[in-house]
Ligand binder design. Sequence first.
Ligand code: MSP
Length: 533
Amino acid sequence: MAEQGSKAFYLTTPIYYVNDAPHIGHAYTTTAGDVLTRWRRQRGEDVWFLTGVDEHGTKVQRAADEGGVTPQQWVDRLVADEWLPVLKTVDAANDDFIRTTDPRHAAAVQKFWEVVRDNGYVYAAPYAGPYCVGCEEFKLAGDLVAGSGEFEGQQLCPVHGRPVEQVEEDNWFFKLSAFADQLIAYYEANPETIQPVSAYNEVMSFLRQGLVDISMSRSSVSWGIPLPWDEKQVVYVWFDALLNYATAVGYGADPSSDLGQRFARTWPADVHLVGKDILRFHAVYWPAMLMAAGIDVPRKVFAHGWLLVGGEKMSKTKLTGIAPSAIIDHFGSDAFRYYFLRAIQFGQDGSFSWEDMSARYTAELANGLGNLASRATAMVNKYCEGLLPAAGELTSAEIGLRDQLAAVTTQADDAMVALDFSTGIVAVKTYIDAVNLYVTEQAPWVLAKDEANNERLHTVLNTICEALRGISVLYFPLMPKAMVSLWSQLGADVAIGPIAEQLISDVASWGQLPAGTVVTKGESLFPRLDDAA
Ligand code: MSP
């Protein structure tokens, strides 16, 4: 277990725009954050997991206008009907949920910008240039692509494939250019701060071209947080949104208050999980803002890839978004969590297909782990009246499985901590395959035919249940519902204690399930798809 001292492991997801309902691209980030934070908790660490929603800006304002309601009514309805429920749908165990319309946020945003202005990094100037409402971003000339077809002759945003809008207004600017050298020096000294390496390289090449100052306010937008020194302008939506990571944990609060103490316990953030499209905001603008205010910068920004549809980023704008419930109603939240972190290398793009998901569900979950669990619990019931038998002398086959559990635990831990989810998951899967092979080779159903083999039969059944004990803890952060069920079928909740209290560092200590533990054959962990709802 890593020594954390008084600092909690603090992880954030981006806060999602509430112009519409969530799709699986959003659920993907939240799921990854949830698996990692649950893993960290399972290491015995103090953890804080924040997610939330980004409610201001032109994009949300226009969606509300089109819906014929005020922006506040629009976001209140979508947050209540869609964004809070989706956390339950994917089974996220977040510690907090921030909304940028929360009073706790707005007041701290104003305070922050006062500090940056007092420090000399804010000045008034006119802005004229292209703006993408989809990205809510002032675009640089090199960011745009030439349109064709219906957009012939126009400049398009490469992420949204839509023409940008020309904006001309009097704004307040943030002196971003003052931080280029400081950021380069920081990232050269701490390359692990931006991951994966492709993201690091992208940020460094952007920084080396030099930075230009950027508008930090909007005068033509009203849906936002007013600047404390110029109430006719609101804070530019990204410079309001990024601050959620600090305001939610108590930036600006009295240090002796509960919230102020939370800031001391959590800051700086350990991991900001982001999609690759919003890397520049998190690895350039955000740390520059913090430097300007004299606050420590985050320890890591990890940029994951996109879920693609037809080779393009799944998006609401292109009407390609799949609702998480469309998949979860069919496969369950555990299989959803498993599939996206197992099948796509975190950091790279990936495509979702029903065929691939069904195939993996059947092979790896129903036939692999599910079948192992149901065979084990059924045999303890059939041959030992539902009581875990004691192991006799261990042969090399049992010692092999015992030692492999220790090796797999270390491999999985190293991979999960490095956000290499698929390697961590595959390490455990390899172990499940080995245990399934052991069952086939030892053939307990053959041993059971002759009483003379009783000791051997008991050793084999005990070994399978011990292996499953280890597997349940290792997979609990990934598939909490199924592993709670397996843990209780093994009788481990009564014999050992709640699964949530089991430490990764204890997984490999063999022989934790005492002989005589009541093993029950419960519901199938991963019902065959024909039988599933
Ligand atoms: N509101 C901003 C983030 C502010 S954070 C201070 C935003 N919101 S978003 O709703 O457009 O996107 C939120 C996250 O979802 C981003 O990390 C984005 O990359 C991710 N995804 C949106 N579509 C996605 C896919 N198709 N695939 C994977 N992730 C996707 O940007």
